[in-house]
Design a binder for this molecule. Structure first.
Ligand SMILES: Nc1ncnc2c1ncn2[C@@H]1O[C@H](COP(=O)(O)OP(=O)(O)O)[C@@H](O)[C@H]1O
Ligand SMILES: [Mg+2]
Length: 343
């Protein structure tokens, strides 16, 4: 199908002016429309659809079919409406003026060229099962394989991934500086603390305030542009993150842990999820996977040193069975298919 230029739906002169300037600067062209029939005519063939904050609700009422490359465009004062519609429309937010560069790329049709890293979340089926520790362990193993890795902690009650990595006093931004992030943000990598060569986004000390989903998406997207692997520890965050490509679900082998995991799984689509079993309990790993209807990608050993290392702020950079297991799980995270004959 031949793609026409990008289309902007807006009647806001400031927005139209800025978008047209962006188009001119990037050598792209832009059609500007404000009526349902005009947008409908261009809906399928436009390389990208930009919906101005002033028209979002109207466009929603036109009930157009879902498509890729839809962006919501607005200034800071429209942040609320942009965030509100981003998820239901499956659209990224471009907030101006900060997102001007991104807007130029979208209009010029260059967004598909951007190589982005893999985003993986590690969810514990039950509290205390070891999800944060596994997240950190995967990060350490990936970094040792020379991947550029970022760890994103979104759990205000998890005790802090930075503590686990021994980076609680490392200088740099925490979530308090990033909570207002939305849409395409500038690269913040250099502002963030690092531990063992891994970029960290962690909770500020003493805060129990959850991270807004829009901020989480914006920061993850940003880090995926500068890292090979972004590992997310969502804790009890229940919303689904659009940028997550694969979900690692961790459970022990006890009936209670598995029952809790089953309930948690009902909160998500599990299309790209796989199970890791942490040793301990009487249910066989294969039976556990069947009961949860998930592919099994790893069995994690119980390592008595881990709690002690965590207390001393030493990252879980152990060898032996721990490293072997983390490497196997990492292979799946990076795109390897499920082992046919089990783990
Ligand atoms: N594989 C493991 N073997 C032994 N202890 C572990 C293991 N994984 C985690 N732990 C310990 O269990 C406790 C909870 O781990 P954590 O990673 O914070 O769990 P979660 O994030 O699922 O709540 C910590 O004391 C941690 O050191
Ligand atoms: Mg945790």
């Amino acid at each position: 199908m031949h793609l026409s230029p990008a289309t902007l739906v807006s009647t806001d002169p400031r927005l139209i002016h800025l978008a047209q300037a962006s188009a001119a600067a990037s050598g792209g062209t832009l059609s500007v429309v404000s009526h349902a029939e005009d947008l409908r005519a261009l809906w399928r063939t436009s390389s990208a659809i930009l919906i101005g904050a002033d028209c979002i609700e109207e466009v929603v009422s036109w009930a157009l079919p879902r498509r890729e490359q839809v962006y919501l465009l607005g200034f800071e004062e429209s942040q609320e409406v942009l965030c509100q519609w981003s998820v239901p429309l499956g659209a990224s937010v471009i907030q101006l003026p900060d997102g001007g560069k991104w807007l130029s790329r979208v209009i010029a049709g260059h967004t598909r060229d951007l190589e982005t890293g893999v985003v993986v979340e590690v969810r514990g089926g039950a509290g205390g099962v070891g999800a944060s520790t596994l997240c950190a362990g995967l990060g350490v193993v990936a970094q040792a394989k020379t991947l550029a890795v970022a760890l994103v902690d979104a759990d205000p009650c998890g005790g802090g991934l930075d503590l686990l990595m021994g980076a609680e006093s490392a200088p740099g931004w925490r979530w308090d500086k990033l909570r207002k992030a939305v849409g395409q943000i500038a690269d913040v990598t250099s502002m963030l603390p690092r531990a063992e060569g891994i970029t960290m986004v962690s909770m500020e000390r003493g805060s129990s305030e959850p991270v807004p989903m829009a901020a989480l998406e914006a920061v993850i997207d940003c880090l995926a542009r500068t890292h090979d692997l972004v590992l997310v520890d969502p804790g009890r965050t229940t919303g689904e993150l659009q940028s997550v490509k694969r979900s690692v679900i961790l459970s022990t082998q006890t009936v209670r842990s598995l029952a809790s995991t089953k309930v948690r799984l009902s909160e998500f689509t599990t299309k790209n999820s796989a199970l890791v079993i942490r040793k301990g309990g009487s249910v066989g790993a294969g039976d556990a996977a069947r009961a949860l209807d998930l592919p099994l990608i790893g069995i994690l050993p119980n390592v008595v040193e881990l709690p002690r290392l965590a207390d001393r702020g030493i990252p879980p950079s152990l060898g032996g069975a721990w490293k072997k297991s983390c490497s196997k799980i990492l292979n799946w995270c990076m795109g390897e298919s499920i082992p046919a004959r089990g783990v």
